[in-house]
Write a protein that binds this ligand. Structure first.
Ligand SMILES: *Cc1c(COP(=O)(O)O)cnc(C)c1O
Length: 356
């Protein structure tokens, strides 16, 4: 149990106006959670203080060697005024899996959860209520040792910041165009693809820029060895519905184990919809497109929940999926997960946690 020190802001900000579109990741709340780590002392000095710049030495190791971990989850306001988190224990657990891979000291799961809940409680007035909106929660750890040289840092900062966000796709769940990447790779088995860390994102930028220039909104990543098997789409996991069966690439060491991915698989099992986690090649996908058995393609992640895919391109081959709208199964998954998150659909799988 953390003993959190509170330093409330004396200058609370004005809340965004009701018609503010709350562009993702642009507005931050009044406070932030901070906690330090020092070798010999462990995690200490948990505090909630006014949101603002943090001061670091230019030699802080995170700037040079990229030792950092982050998480992403959301808080939702129900119609009857309760505040819910969606499976926060999964994020606490994943944070430590990332920490271990990145040589960052682990954070007790209950302390991670306490920090998240304390922040959401503190800035509860910032949770937007319009349909499709939520409060995005970004916990992260950075290496702060002022030292040039490659080794794990001896000092770290754990922070939690909050951002009210609007619908990820303001124009609705319109299928997006995806560029299947055959030049760059995001991650390889044995690398850090399984960890949620900035390094994987910087590795993806060149490809994203190229895809945008070609008029595509996201990149589909292939395995780094054979460049044949499908891994992820942008910063989301990917699902296919082929011949009535739901398919997603198996977790193979280079795929990020998404909480939304896990939720979709659990819902399929709960509904007795056949679901398989296995290797899926681009060839198999294009074959299914050709013979008409490819029904739906969608990405999954906390930010958008579901992102339908309507158009894929691999080298010179374009593959169109569906009729230009969102598929029936994708819509059902979206409605169920967002319904549970908002307390509108019965939470039979026990996924929501109330912040009191
Ligand atoms: C965060 C993330 C996801 C999605 O995970 P969720 O827990 O569902 O939000 C998928 N892929 C990558 C690379 C990610 O960083």
């Amino acid at each position: 149990m953390l003993n959190i020190r509170y330093e409330k802001t004396t200058a609370p900000k004005e809340l965004p106006a009701a018609d503010n579109p709350l562009k993702f990741g642009t507005i931050f709340t009044d406070h932030m959670f901070l906690m330090d780590y020092e070798e010999g002392k462990g995690w200490h000095d948990a505090r909630i203080v006014p949101y603002g710049p943090i001061s670091l030495e230019p030699s802080a190791m995170v700037f040079h060697y990229g030792q950092e971990m982050f998480e992403g989850l959301k808080a939702y306001k129900t119609e009857d005024g309760r505040t819910l988190l969606f499976r926060p224990n999964k994020n606490a657990e994943r944070a430590n899996n990332s920490n271990k891979r990145l040589c960052i000291p682990t954070i007790p799961e209950e302390d991670f959860a306490q920090a998240v809940k304390a922040m959401v409680k503190m800035d509860e007035r910032w949770i937007p209520t319009k349909p499709g909106t939520s409060l995005y929660i970004r916990p992260f750890v950075i290496a702060t040792d002022p030292f040039l040289g490659v080794r794990p840092s001896n000092r770290y900062l754990f922070a939690v910041i909050l951002s009210p966000v609007g619908a990820y796709y303001p124009e609705g769940l319109n299928p997006v165009k995806i560029w299947i990447e055959d030049e760059y790779v995001r991650a390889i088995k044995g690398g850090i693809g399984e960890a949620k860390t900035g390094g994987n994102y910087v590795a993806s930028l060149a490809s994203q820029v190229k895809a945008h220039e070609e008029g595509y909104s996201q990149v589909l990543w292939l395995d780094g060895k054979e460049r044949k098997y499908i891994e992820e789409v942008g910063a989301m996991n990917i699902f296919f519905k082929i011949n009535g069966k739901v398919l997603t690439p198996e977790l193979n060491g280079s795929i990020l184990p998404g909480v939304t991915r896990d939720s979709v698989i659990s819902l399929c099992k709960h509904w007795n919809v056949p679901v398989e986690e296995r290797r899926i090649s681009v060839e198999e996908l294009y074959e299914a497109g050709k013979d008409g058995s490819l029904e739906e393609v969608f990405g999954t992640g906390t930010a958008a929940v579901i992102s339908p895919v309507g158009h894929l391109r691999f080298e010179d081959h374009v593959l169109m999926v569906g009729d230009g709208g969102i598929g029936e199964f994708s819509q059902k998954i979206y409605d169920t997960i967002t319904g549970i998150q908002l307390g509108k659909v019965e939470d039979t799988l026990g996924w929501t946690v109330e912040v009191v």
